[in-house]
Design a protein around this ligand. Structure first.
Ligand SMILES: [Fe+2]
Ligand SMILES: [Fe+2]
Length: 455
């Protein structure tokens, strides 16, 4: 059975949200209502070709549809998640045969304010709608990702929330609580100690709508992975991870117009932007149970290896090595993320760029260690195999390690697989599944690499 694709799941969630909005204003026969509902019913029916029911709901704040988790949702999917949470509607089952009429009643009930899940399903049964049920009967959706991956995705989501919560505290004038951050750091560090590559794939999730949160979590992951690879102790790993999550927290105090400006910043604007390191350090310093070297690293993450960075007054000051680790992680995430003023670089190109600036911006040894950790074909690299398939590297060191793994996403005939196939290049019994022969540019193949790390 093929899994429901992320694209279809996202489209369904967006159509459901669009329907909820339009039923509040228009009658059932109006095209603004009819069209999204018809399309939604069509998508569900397609999905029912291969299954008899579909599960929809919210787990730990994350919307799921079938096996798809929306960890970094677009605004419409996030709105649907909020709507379901508000109603206490955490799990439901949609059964084969659901039609646009059923979905119309369902959307109308979800559109009503202060109308909890219990009442929604009471009304549905009064209307004779049996294809949308409350709860999930089965113990577990057989298509859910494996336990380890689930834990990683959940931790990633918790980290996003912890950063978001910290920023909210600052916005409302409070000293941010540190327990949320400390709790998630503890989990991230435990996962990293077990296997420093577990979270690396998640750092390839790029969410342009929530860049600051997403970037903070990615830098936290990359920094802690590097610290673990360098063999640092648990306490240092925790501080590195915390520093990564909080390194740009000072941006909350920078004017939004400057922060989100698509073009180049003017001289004055750049001066303002630079203040995020000092503002961030001030905030972190006030937080309870955060080690002073975290504050130090936040202050020094743009100081640069040759001390040509900022804050200018701190150029002659000693900084903890954490600041240099952060700079490496920060640089990698920035280069591999699509921003309005540059194009996303594949991981290997990012490493080349980092090598060019090592010795000036970045610490040479750390860049080399980072590149070594990422391996010959870093996580998130799209490759062609000698089997003529196109695959995405999801575990590093595919040439050397038996742990090496890729997801086949385009088969030898050039067809995109609906369900990517996870294989170990090393293969069983010491044989090889296939060998990587070339790098492939995801833009040329129109592949959004990041979505393959969510399921
Ligand atoms: Fe920064
Ligand atoms: Fe940053």
């Amino acid at each position: 059975m093929n899994e429901i694709t992320h694209q279809d799941a996202q489209r369904a969630a967006m159509l459901l949200m669009a329907s909820i909005k339009s039923v509040a204003f228009y009658p059932q026969a109006h095209p603004a209502v009819r069209q999204p509902l018809d399309e939604l019913a069509g998508i569900f029916n397609e999905m029912f070709q291969e299954r008899s029911e579909i599960h929809l709901g919210v787990v730990e704040g994350v919307l799921f549809l079938g096996n798809n988790l929306f960890v970094a949702p677009n605004s419409s999917v996030a709105e649907l998640a909020e709507r379901l949470i508000e109603k206490g509607l955490f799990a439901m089952t949609i059964v084969a045969g659901v039609d646009a009429g059923d979905l119309f009643f369902f959307a109308s009930l979800l559109a009503r304010k202060n109308f909890p899940a219990g009442l929604v399903f009471e009304e549905l049964s009064k209307k004779g709608v049996t294809a949308i049920k409350y709860g999930i009967d089965e113990e577990r959706d057989e298509n859910f990702a494996e336990e380890g991956d689930q834990a990683a995705v959940r931790t990633y989501h918790d980290a996003l929330n912890a950063v978001r919560g910290t920023m909210k505290d600052i916005e409302s004038g409070r000293i941010p609580a540190s327990d949320r951050i400390n709790e998630v750091v503890d989990n991230m560090v435990s996962l990293t100690i077990k296997d420093h590559t577990t979270l690396l794939g998640l750092a390839m999730i790029k969410d342009y709508d929530n860049y600051t949160f997403n970037h903070s979590v990615n830098v936290g992951i990359l920094a802690v992975a590097l610290a673990a690879y360098l063999g640092m102790d648990r306490e240092t790993l925790c501080d590195t991870n915390t520093a990564g999550l909080l390194h740009d927290i000072g941006k909350i105090k920078i004017e939004k117009a400057i922060l989100n400006k698509p073009g180049k910043l003017s001289g004055d604007e750049y001066e303002e932007m630079k203040k995020h390191v000092e503002k961030g350090a001030e905030i972190v310093k006030e937080m309870e149970n955060i080690h002073p070297r975290v504050t130090d690293a936040v202050l020094g993450h743009h100081i640069k290896y040759n001390r040509s960075g900022y804050p200018e007054w701190a150029r002659t000051r000693d900084f903890d090595q954490l600041a240099e680790i952060l700079a490496v992680a920060d640089c990698y995430d920035a280069i591999t993320t699509l921003r309005s003023y540059n194009s996303p670089a594949p991981p290997k190109t990012a490493l080349d760029v980092m090598r060019r600036v090592s010795g000036t911006s970045l610490n040479i040894d750390l860049v080399e260690k980072f590149a070594e950790m990422m391996g010959e074909y870093p996580v998130g690299t799209l490759v062609r195999l000698d089997s003529n398939e196109i695959a995405l590297v999801v575990k590093p060191h595919p040439q050397e390690s038996s742990e090496a793994a890729v997801k086949i996403i385009i088969d030898a005939e050039g067809n995109t697989l609906e369900k990517p196939r996870l294989v170990s290049l090393a293969g069983k019994d010491g044989g090889r599944y296939a060998t990587i022969v070339a790098l492939v540019d995801p833009l040329l193949k129109n592949i959004d690499v990041s979505r393959y790390f969510l399921t």
